[in-house]
Write a protein that binds this ligand. Sequence first.
Ligand SMILES: [Zn+2]
Length: 68
Amino acid sequence: MTATLIVKCNKCGNYMLSALNQKTKLCPYCGVKVNLNRVQRVAAADNAFEASEILRKLKSEKGFNHNP
Ligand SMILES: [Zn+2]
């Protein structure tokens, strides 16, 4: 089972998932190459499923949906 991090892109501010052993990752939103040693780690999860649940909560808290 792979630990998964939730990190925040330091360019566009969107959240994304990353494997714990990854060094860099391309942001799926703005395309910037994120250095995972420098990026803000928002949360950590035991597996990808748990991580996606956390991610969903974060997005709903921040009001990411565009419905009025
Ligand atoms: Zn980004």
